[in-house]
Write a protein that binds this ligand. Structure first.
Ligand code: BV8
Ligand code: ZN
Length: 291
């Protein structure tokens, strides 16, 4: 075991309050794509076309095909050992711990993570909500696939389109054409008011749940000994602001990422563990989670 992991284990054993900040890299070993980087989702599709309220307003059929495909992928994947290591940490009585995940794939919940210590700050693919301002219908834990007949089989199409784009080297095409035209009345509708339903995720330009943000602030403000930064490029605000908060309060940082610039580990307050989070986390958290 290398020096820094031994040092990290020594420090870990003294920690009483820990935060995990997770991103798409945590789910790569479960077969789900990241957003940025060579295989990144946004490489193929322009995120502004797909993950903003305007995109949904302009072409709900396109956006629903994208999310139906994401649901399909997540439903056909399993939590990996990285998710399970964090879930084990969440069960310890003697450690105050929370996981802040940017992922909407539902894998942390499925890894049996203590729900009261898990914050899905960008929502979930498996939550649906009504788009009508006067209706607050929400459907939690909706794992039905496909959600409507019209969305049936579009997921394979997305995969084919994605593969074709890689072959034709059309990585950053300006516009993504829908796999098929779907009539709005064939998209998921609210059982209460019949308005369109949308995925219960936070799109770019939308605010995160204030109650979740407050709960996270309360936890961090009390003090944090260590933040585990797992599989995230740290591109997206406000998730990326938590690391600096912990450093300013005197906490230490451990990064788990396949792509770590040594320069980013400027001082010895930051450990950098290069590799797959699914492999690294069980090793790194061993002193606390091994029965
Ligand atoms: C807000 C849900 C304010 C949807 C997501 C300019 C223009 C427009 C907006 C902005 C702007 N500047 C800043 C903003 C704000 C914007 C933002 O940050 N934009 C970025 C792109 C610049 N933020 C927002 O809009 C947020 N809202 O600010 O609201 C407000 C306040 C009041 C009222 C109104 C508004 C909302 C952001 C939420 C967006 N929704 N997801 C969906 O998923 O479809 S974000 C999306 O990116 C995902 O949730 C994803 O998780 C997240 C972050 O990306 P990462 O998880 O880090 O993934 P990424 O691919 O980037 O990195 C993967 C990493 O893993 C890499 O480092 C890679 O090396 C590593 N890796 C790969 N394999 C492995 C690995 N690591 C370990 N093991 C491996 N095996
Ligand atoms: Zn409704």
């Amino acid at each position: 075991m290398n020096k820094s992991m031994i040092e990290f284990h020594e420090y870990l054993k003294s920690c009483k309050r820990i935060v995990a900040l997770c991103g798409a890299g945590l789910s790569v070993s479960s077969g789900l794509p990241t957003f940025r980087g060579s295989q990144g989702l946004w490489k193929n599709f322009n995120m502004i076309d797909l993950a903003t309220p305007d995109a949904f307003y302009i072409d709900p059929g396109l956006v629903w095909q994208f999310y139906s495909w994401r649901r399909y992928q997540a439903l056909h994947s399993q939590p990996n050992n990285g998710h399970k290591a964090l879930a084990k940490l969440s069960k310890l009585e003697n450690i105050d711990f929370i996981t802040i995940t940017q992922n909407v794939d539902g894998l942390s919940i499925r890894s049996n993570h203590d729900k009261s210590k898990l914050y899905e700050i960008h929502g979930s693919l498996f939550e649906l909500k009504c788009t009508s301002f006067t209706c607050n219908y929400k459907d939690h834990n909706n794992f039905k696939h496909p959600l409507t007949n019209a969305l049936k089989e579009t997921e394979e199409e997305f995969e084919n389109v994605r593969k074709r784009r890689f072959q034709e080297d059309q990585l950053n095409s300006p516009q993504f054409n829908p796999v098929k035209e779907i009539n709005e009345d064939e998209l998921p509708r609210c059982p209460i008011c019949n308005d369109l339903l949308r995925p219960g995720v936070v799109w770019f330009g939308e605010s995160l749940s204030l109650s979740i943000l407050n709960q996270i602030d309360n936890f961090i403000e009390q003090s944090v000994d260590l933040i585990l930064v797992v599989g995230t490029s740290g591109t997206v605000y406000p998730a990326n602001s938590y690391v600096d908060r912990v450093i300013h309060q005197g906490g230490k940082v451990a990064i788990f990422n396949t792509d770590i610039e040594e320069s980013s580990l400027k001082d010895n307050e930051i450990w950098g563990f290069k590799g797959d989070a699914a492999e690294l986390l069980p090793i790194a958290l061993k002193p606390l989670i091994d029965e």
